[in-house]
Design a protein around this ligand. Structure first.
Ligand SMILES: *[C@@H]1O[C@H](CO)[C@@H](O)[C@H](O)[C@H]1NC(C)=O
Ligand SMILES: *[C@@H]1O[C@H](CO)[C@@H](O)[C@H](O)[C@H]1NC(C)=O
Ligand SMILES: *[C@@H]1O[C@H](CO)[C@@H](O)[C@H](O)[C@H]1NC(C)=O
Ligand SMILES: *[C@@H]1O[C@H](CO)[C@@H](O)[C@H](O)[C@H]1NC(C)=O
Ligand SMILES: *[C@@H]1O[C@H](CO)[C@@H](O)[C@H](O)[C@H]1NC(C)=O
Ligand SMILES: *[C@@H]1O[C@H](CO)[C@@H](O)[C@H](O)[C@H]1NC(C)=O
Ligand SMILES: *[C@@H]1O[C@H](CO)[C@@H](O)[C@H](O)[C@H]1NC(C)=O
Ligand SMILES: *[C@@H]1O[C@H](CO)[C@@H](O)[C@H](O)[C@H]1NC(C)=O
Ligand SMILES: *[C@@H]1O[C@H](CO)[C@@H](O)[C@H](O)[C@H]1NC(C)=O
Length: 484
């Protein structure tokens, strides 16, 4: 009986706890979930309100990261728990003040102000009137519009934080030199800008980079107009979810059209420097793709003229015809010093004899960084161009791009187990002679072996015939004897 009473009591306590929790939740909901549809001169967004997208997919409001008293203005998924923030306005200016307001300022800009009306964050664009309105769209874009013309004055998709939503973009403005990048959080609970930055680089081909500070950390490989060729793909017909917009003034933006609003999908750069494509399924974020995914994916792991192969136990090796720059470092597994050429290229040696350099074909490669595009009519012209320029270290002809040559140190090469591109490495023809000599030796040895076998065969055959003739002779004499 006593026992049962005890159980009853704990039950009661549990119940009251749950009621309290429920009450708290309701209270919180009341507090947090007064939703508004837009922000105008007449309507502010206060601490206890959220701005909702029309279909209630995204919400804009104030939040505090776990274990932090800092207040941030951010956008998150309205129906996903735990809260997944996709954009933060005042990353560089966290506030502990609990009296902050988002409003349209007298200059028409969207502004975050504290109790003294000091500006903490602003869209900071030139607006002709104060007649603007801020709305949140179903794809997660916070937009400041002119309420008369409906023109976009500013949008969060053009100022990404650490998340790239379908519809947002990264790139650069050629006129202003302004770069549009993604920047990681400092940690999972600190939205201030971290070490890792994702952006676009236009050399002669376009590539996506992750930088750690200012040091390249990962590289997508060249854009072939449908995909980035340094990202390993099992299906060569695959084209990425990205599309590229190149303006006539040289501005370039990589974006992704929101192809299916009901699929919750996002690309995010984590505080640890991983670029991840994730989608929401079974109440959690599932990572569909991640980079870097192996030590070989990390930029320049094997140094100049080194090649990385994830399937090998020692991932780095020197290119054919190259030797480790420092045997000591190399053997200790510090490969960043890379390799140096073993035999001087013939074009550099000023030899006047017939010998020229030749090309060694490497298959399934992630092509090196610093490619230079050459406009040629036929693929074989690419080899010709490279051969005739002594500083050319190799070439490749890529579908969708054309002829690429390399005149700098060959860096960040990887040999894939499938996919990839063919790369042609320039080497002195004597490097090939080594190969030929061995081939010749093998051929001559096997020829000698064959000849010996044949001679032996003939000899044995001859011996056999001689013996059988002898036998038949003796049997004949036997018969003769018998008949006699
Ligand atoms: C803002 O939202 C209110 C309420 O939904 C609506 O009546 C009003 O037309 C909206 N204003 C603008 C400029 O969109
Ligand atoms: C928050 O702080 C508590 C206590 O200091 C700690 O146990 C917990 O791991 C922290 N949570 C996060 C997400 O940092
Ligand atoms: C908005 O602009 C109008 C016309 O320029 C001006 O009369 C009005 O005072 C402004 N309102 C605010 C709140 O600044
Ligand atoms: C607005 O931009 C100007 C320059 O374009 C800059 O000097 C100023 O600090 C910015 N203001 C805010 C609040 O970001
Ligand atoms: C990023 O750079 C910092 C400072 O240079 C370094 O300490 C850190 O290990 C690097 N992170 C990665 C993942 O390489
Ligand atoms: C969008 O996704 C939903 C669920 O994943 C699916 O049922 C629907 O057919 C998709 N629509 C399109 C146009 O792909
Ligand atoms: C690896 O080698 C490079 C030079 O090749 C050197 O600068 C670096 O300090 C070495 N790293 C380690 C961990 O020994
Ligand atoms: C090759 O010839 C050029 C000029 O023709 C000269 O500058 C260079 O030093 C020579 N290189 C060698 C290795 O002899
Ligand atoms: C070789 O290529 C480099 C880089 O493209 C170029 O600067 C140089 O002029 C070329 N040299 C010749 C002889 O074509």
């Amino acid at each position: 009986m006593e026992n049962m009473g005890g159980e009853y009591r704990t039950c009661c306590i549990l119940h009251s706890h749950m009621l309290l929790l429920l009450f708290n939740l309701l209270l919180l909901q009341r507090l947090c979930c007064t939703t508004i549809d837009n922000i105008t001169l007449a309507t502010h967004l206060s601490q206890e309100q959220v701005l909702s997208s029309p279909s209630k997919i995204f919400a804009l409001g104030f939040f505090q990261p776990t274990n932090s008293s800092d207040q941030y203005l951010g956008i998150w998924y309205e129906n996903i728990a735990p809260r997944t923030v996709v954009w933060v306005a005042n990353r560089e200016k966290p506030v502990t003040d609990t009296f902050i307001t988002l409003m349209i300022g007298s200059d028409g800009n969207l502004k975050l102000v504290d109790r003294n009306r000091d500006t903490l964050w602003s869209t900071n664009v030139t607006v002709s009137s104060n007649n603007s309105v801020a709305v949140l769209s179903n794809d997660g874009n916070l937009a400041l519009k002119d309420s008369v013309s409906g023109d976009y004055l500013w949008q969060s998709f053009e100022h990404p934080s650490e998340t790239f939503l379908l519809g947002s973009s990264i790139g650069f403005d050629a006129k202003t030199g302004e770069r549009r990048v993604m920047t990681s959080w400092k940690s999972d609970t600190d939205p201030s800008p971290g070490n890792f930055v994702v952006g676009l680089v236009q050399q002669s081909s376009l590539q996506v980079f992750i930088w750690n500070g200012s040091v390249p950390y990962w590289r997508s490989g060249q854009w072939d107009k449908t995909k980035f060729i340094g990202i390993q793909q099992r299906d060569s017909s695959y084209s990425s979810i990205f599309e590229l917009r190149e303006d006539t003034d040289g501005s370039v933006y990589l974006s992704s059209s929101p192809h299916n609003q009901t699929d919750l999908e996002k690309m995010v750069i984590s505080p640890e420097g991983h670029l991840m494509l994730a989608y929401w399924e079974d109440k959690r974020w599932k990572v569909e793709w991640k980079a870097p995914n192996s030590p070989c994916d990390v930029y320049g792991t094997c140094g100049p003229f080194g090649v990385c192969k994830a399937s090998e136990s020692t991932i780095c090796s020197c290119l054919k015809g190259f030797l480790p720059k420092s045997d000591d470092e190399w053997s200790k597994g510090n490969w960043t010093g890379g390799c140096v050429i073993r035999t001087e290229l013939l074009c550099e040696a000023n030899t006047s004899d017939e010998a020229t350099d030749r090309f060694w074909k490497m298959e399934r490669m992630k092509l090196p960084d610093f490619s230079e595009y050459q406009n040629v009519d036929y693929p074989f012209d690419c080899e010709h161009i490279c051969l005739n320029n002594c500083s050319c270290k190799g070439y490749a002809t890529v579908d969708g791009i054309g002829c690429l040559i390399w005149t700098e140190n060959l860096i960040d090469m990887q040999e894939f187990s499938f996919g990839g591109e063919a790369f042609f490495l320039r080497l002195a023809s004597t490097e090939f002679a080594h190969g030929r000599l061995r081939e010749k030796l093998i051929i001559s040895l096997s020829t000698i072996f064959c000849v010996i076998v044949i001679i032996l065969g003939i000899f044995i055959y001859g011996l056999h015939r001689k013996r059988s003739r002898k036998i038949s002779k003796t049997s004949l004499s036997h018969c003769e004897k018998l008949s006699n």
